[in-house]
Ligand binder design. Sequence first.
Ligand SMILES: [Zn+2]
Ligand SMILES: [Zn+2]
Length: 440
Amino acid sequence: LTTKVDCSLFGSRFDCVCGLCHEIEPAEVVFSEAAFAEAPALARRRGAGRKAAALMDVRTKAAAGDEAVAGLNEAGFEVAEILVPDGPGGSWPVCDDKTKMDLERRIGPVDWILSVGSGTINDLGKWLSADRGISYISFATAASMNGYTSANTAATVEGLKVMIHSRAAAAVVSHPRVLAEAPAEMTSAGLGDVLAKTISNTDWRLNHLLWGDYFCPQAAGLVAEIEPLYLENPEGLRARDPGAIGALFSGLLLTGAAMTMAGTSAPASGAEHLISHCLDMMSSLDGRPHDLHGRQVGVGTVLAADLYRRVLNLESPDFGRPAPTPDFSVWGPLAGIAAREFGGKAGRLEDARSRLSKGATWDNLRETLTGGLHGPDKLRDCLIRAGAAASAADIGCDRERLLEALIRAWSIRARVTVMDLAWLTGVLPGAGREITENWA
Ligand SMILES: [Zn+2]
Ligand SMILES: [Zn+2]
């Protein structure tokens, strides 16, 4: 079984066909059976000082924290374990301002931070280290999301979900066994987050085709080579096969890198992410629970793939109808944020309408976009065979709620996606019910 992950991209710097010079962070990724043994040398190579604080929760302490800290301390570092408390109601820790302030008080003067965990712990390490202007190294304990290699922190500040521009990790390190033993729902979340790439890339290209927005083919194509490893063998993820999980981990590291290359989240976040964000916003309004980000994104990916199929099947759609008007009032206290995020999109949609109805624009768009997509059947099949979340019920919501998210999602961001095409061509809102009933 191969657990080999090609880490050579990280730390490289090159002039790209897109016209930019890319510098790929983090500078180093170590994914190996020797991860624990190599960690001290890795830290020294990254210029990490002697004193560090290691963030972990009770689960990641047992999975990797104790072993990683013992190894570093034996090698002459002075690393203190800082246990991050679980969230309200015994949930997993949360990355919010309150938790951060509490940790800020508990972490003494240190040279760097080691985060041992996945989404939340990694984000806390990223956030705290950026604030102090020190570096952090991430010990990844689950192939659950693409934030290990991104420079953004997803945090909740004063009750609101925000993206904080921080700094990428100095290095990411992980062990195949640790990832394979992570809770199955976390691995399934990682699969959802990486499958999103098919939609987000296409949405990104759509904006490039319509308006000449920046697009990097290199960043868009980063996961192409390894994608078949998890797309064709999802059973490997269910069986915790280290090769399959290693491929998924690579896919996640590379999608994180694609965002850094592009300088935006566009290469890894399109219509499917908006559906998940909508579900999160609905939860923050009515208090009903939501599922892990990647699990919701996976379901959103299948719905968005069906939208693309329906839209791109139209030979000569009528772009005569006016662009849709958002109703922010459905967001209650969040209406102001939704309106701010929507920004000047109304003008862009009017412009899209006129561009799409001229000359060969629609034909070119159809031809170019179709090539990069997977059908909803293939994506859903992959999620099911992997034992991941594939239906509304799997992510703890009913089809009505998912339909509502599908209908509202276009209006919570300025980014133009397949959902806007669906509204402009009249596929939405009409087909929404059929789409959620067929696929979720
Ligand atoms: Zn480029
Ligand atoms: Zn994501």
